[in-house]
Structures are given as C-alpha cells and as structure tokens.
Design a protein around this ligand. Structure first.
Ligand SMILES: Nc1ncnc2c1ncn2[C@@H]1O[C@H](COP(=O)(O)OS(=O)(=O)O)[C@@H](OP(=O)(O)O)[C@H]1O
Length: 464
C-alpha cells in the first residue's frame, strides 16, 4: 500500500472510531492491521494518556457537577466576558471596572484595590473539580466588592477560558441563568499568534513548540479524534422555519403576534438555528474541563463523579488535545452554538476585536448600555487607580520583557520576523479556519444581526 493509501485508510479508520454517520466497508482484519499502523504513527505526546470515558452531550451537564445553588446568596446582576482569549478582554475588563462606578470586579480582601490581573479571571466555571469551597470563595470575593443584592451593581467575571470549555455554560446557566455574556472575537489566526507569542515570551508552562509545529500537531490531533469541524454550515438551520421555538426561549418571549415581521423572522431564525444546532463541537470535545495545566474530557465515567462537596477525584481529566488549544480556541461558531444551548441570544453581546481597538470608547459605551447601566457615568479613574492598573501589569514581574500599553489593553509585541518565518503555517491555518469562519458569519447574521451587520464595513474584517 502506498503512503497516500495508508493515509486515506487511516482517515477512514479514524472516522469509523466513534464518528457517527460514517459507514466503513473494510473487512475487520484489514481494519485491524491499518488501525495498528495508524495508531503507531499518528499518536502524539499529547494523546499518550488518552483513556477517557467519552461523555455524551446529554450527560455533559450532569458530569459538570453543578452545585446546588439554593444554599448560596448570589449576586443579582452578574456579567461575564467569556472570551475569546487574546481578543482584548483585559482592556475591556479594566476599562469597565475602572471607569464605571456600578460595574464591579471581585475583591480579594475587601479593599477597593484594583489588582486587575488577579481579579479579572476567577476560572471558576471551567474548573474540575468544582468544590463547594471554590464556590464560597468566589461569591465571597464579589460580596466584598459590593452587596450581592444591590440591583444597581453588576459584578464582572472576565475569564476568557470559559468560552471554549464545554462544561462552563452548563454550570453557568444553572447558577446564573440571567447572566449577561460579552464575547469579543478576533481573527482566529491572529488570536493564535498572539497566544503563541504570549506563552513563548512569558515562558509559560508547559512550553510551547514552534508555531508551525504547534499548529500541525493540533490539527493532526483534531483530525485523529474525528473533529469534523470542517463541515459546512447547515443550510436548513440558517433558512429558518416557522415551526415553533426551542424550549429555552419560549416562556419568556413575546408572542409572535406582538412582534413586527422582521423581529418575528429574526426570532424564528435564531430559534431554528438553535434547534438545529450542530453537535460537532461537543461530539469532538465531549464535556471538556480545565484541569490545572490542560483541558480535556473526563477520565472517569460520569456516573463516578461525586457530589459537589466531595474532595477532588484523582486523575479526573484526560489530556487529549494539548495544553494550549491554540487552534481549537478559534472555532468560535461551534463554541457559541454550544453556549446557545444554555442561554438566549439576547443575553449575549458580540463584539469584534477591531471595533474594540479602533472605536474603543464607543464600544465601551455600547457594553455599558448592554449591561443596563448609564454610559454617562463613565469617568476617568482617579490617579491612584490608574497607577495601580499600570503596576498590576508590570511586565518585568511576569517575564522580564517589555510589554506595551496600546489603547489601554496590554500587548506583548511579537518579533516582526515571526510572520515571515511561519508564513506557510499561517496560510494553512487561514485555510483551515475558512469553513468555521463561514459558519460564524452565518450564525452572527441569523442570531445576532445587529452585531454583525451594521458595523460590518468597519469590523469583522476576518469574516469578509
Ligand atoms: N482596545 C483594545 N481592543 C482590542 N484589543 C486590544 C485592545 N488593547 C489591547 N488589545 C490587544 O488584546 C490582546 C490581549 O488580549 P486579552 O487581554 O484578551 O488577553 S488575555 O486573554 O487576557 O491574555 C493583545 O493582542 P496582541 O498585541 O496581538 O498580543 C492586545 O494588543
């Protein structure tokens, strides 16, 4: 058999290993031989300890081990910047909590001190295990910043890892069903480069390989695990039909009769889109958690997950897709579709990174309005707060390298040679993301036309 033949056969074997809907016509003995060849040459160091029990989509939220919330005093207004990582989330978080008196970051010690980096990302809802004490600490840190029952306040959690980790919306929707969700999206290739550069520059652990190797390795893994994210969008879902709404949106929404025709069409489109949501994302990543240095599906059977108050079960996660998820984080459409299983479209505000960069103050006002606050109350923070923002981002503390403050968010400048050096990998990644970007464009147009339409000329360049 030629190399190409082996490769094709391997793809076929992979797709027969649990990828629904693919019939394999090979005989068992041939399959076995090819399977052995495939697993020996396609295995990478990341998949070495893959022994995970795959959690079905229907079981995902159960396995996420959601706390019993009746025992907690929860903030009335909670908002989340859920991602994407490296899209300007730090800038947005800092501006909101520094400039608006009613938007609050958590406080670790009750002081009004802005220790931005440490307060921005609590990493609670993606965590495995999620213990009762974690939840208590989380809520206490917000209560120290203001009364949870004060309806004039919004509390902000800016963990950009939430967006790509499947377990997060399960838990979040149970604890904060009315949460407001802010999503900043950036060209996934530029996002990947920014993340790679950060890990490299700050020598974050585990170390990152060269950009081209990281990209090639991760794409191979995705393919090897049947992540058929290259499928084109489901036209049926986008066309919409008049046949009813999904169960989440039905009770709270106005009757169709009271909506004008374009609002009705939009509602039906989004409902239809949600009813037909692709399960590709979760087919691939199962119920993914953040477990220390890496993310992965559960190693335990979901039935073995002990109640919320239990101690950490040992070796809970498997490490399948690599610690950094440089490629995976850029599949925004699939992530948002999974989030739409848990929240209504109107709970999201979707922002383009370029818009945040080019029209930062206008965008900031838009976010404040979305959170239900008065943009007129935005004001320059006192000098001591400004100083704290700068101190909290002291670059030399992190890596001994110089960070640059651009429009307020922090940038770790990338060596100019990087783009030339990795031109081929960048091109490959651009191509690889095309179907997913197309799917994102359709999703935005059908579910959030205001985010994606009006500002299209200035923003969303990566989708055009
Ligand atoms: N105003 C504004 N709008 C949009 N983007 C901005 C803004 N200010 C900074 N940046 C760029 O955001 C990148 C860092 O993103 P994050 O803060 O989300 O990073 S992190 O996830 O918290 O690590 C980082 O990108 P790179 O410079 O490419 O690394 C910043 O330059």
């Amino acid at each position: 058999m030629t190399w190409r033949g082996v490769h094709t056969a391997c793809k076929s074997v992979r797709s027969s290993r649990g990828c629904a809907g693919h019939v394999n016509i090979m005989t068992l003995d041939v399959m076995l031989v090819i399977f052995l060849i495939c697993t020996s040459f396609s295995r990478s160091d990341y998949s070495a300890d893959f022994a995970g029990n795959e959690v079905a989509e229907s079981e995902c939220c159960y396995a996420a081990n959601i706390p019993n919330i009746s025992q907690f005093s929860l903030p009335v207004n909670m908002a989340f910047i859920i991602g994407a990582q490296k899209s300007g989330t730090t800038y947005l978080f800092d501006e909101l909590v520094a400039k608006h008196p009613h938007i609050k970051a958590r406080s670790k010690d009750g002081s009004s001190s802005f220790k931005f980096n440490s307060v921005k990302e609590p990493h609670l809802f993606n965590r495995m295990p999620l213990l009762w004490t974690h939840m208590m600490e989380y809520l206490k840190s917000y209560a120290l910043a203001g009364s949870p029952q004060d309806r004039s306040l919004t509390f902000l959690d800016g963990t950009p890892d939430y967006m790509h980790i499947a377990s997060s919306p399960c838990r979040l929707s149970k604890v904060f069903p009315d949460a407001k969700l802010i999503v900043v999206l950036r060209d996934p290739v530029q996002r990947a480069l920014s993340q790679w550069n950060m890990i490299r520059t700050l020598s974050q652990k585990p170390p990152v390989k060269d950009f081209d190797l990281e990209v090639a390795g991760e794409i191979a893994l995705l393919e090897n695990h049947c992540c058929r994210l290259e499928e084109s969008s489901d036209e049926e879902a986008l066309e919409g039909d008049e046949a009813g709404l999904s169960d989440r949106s039905e009770p709270q929404q106005k009757s169709s009769k009271t909506l004008n025709p374009s609002a009705r069409k939009r509602r039906n489109l989004s409902a239809s889109h949600r009813r037909h949501l692709s399960t590709a994302w979760n087919d691939c990543f199962k119920c993914t958690f953040w477990c220390g240095n890496y993310t992965g599906p559960l190693r335990l059977s979901f039935k073995d997950i002990k109640p919320f108050k239990s101690r950490a079960p040992p070796n809970t996660c498997t490490q399948v897709f690599g610690p950094h998820a440089i490629v995976r984080r850029g599949f925004y459409a699939y992530q948002l579709e999974w989030w739409l299983h848990h929240f209504k479209p109107e709970q999201f505000l979707i922002i383009d990174h370029n818009e945040l960069l080019d029209k930062s103050q206008t965008t900031l006002r838009r976010v404040v309005k979305f959170l239900g606050h008065d943009p007129e109350l935005l004001q320059e923070p006192p000098e001591e707060v400004k100083k704290e923002i700068v101190l909290s981002h002291q670059p030399e503390k992190a890596a001994g390298k110089e960070w640059v403050l651009s429009t307020g968010g922090w940038s770790i400048p990338r060596n100019k040679s990087v783009d030339n050096q990795y031109a081929e990998a960048i091109h490959r990644l651009n191509e690889y993301y095309k179907p997913a970007n197309e799917r994102l464009r359709s999703l935005l147009n059908s579910v959030w036309p205001k985010s994606s339409g009006a500002q299209r000329d200035a923003a969303w360049r990566f989708l055009n």
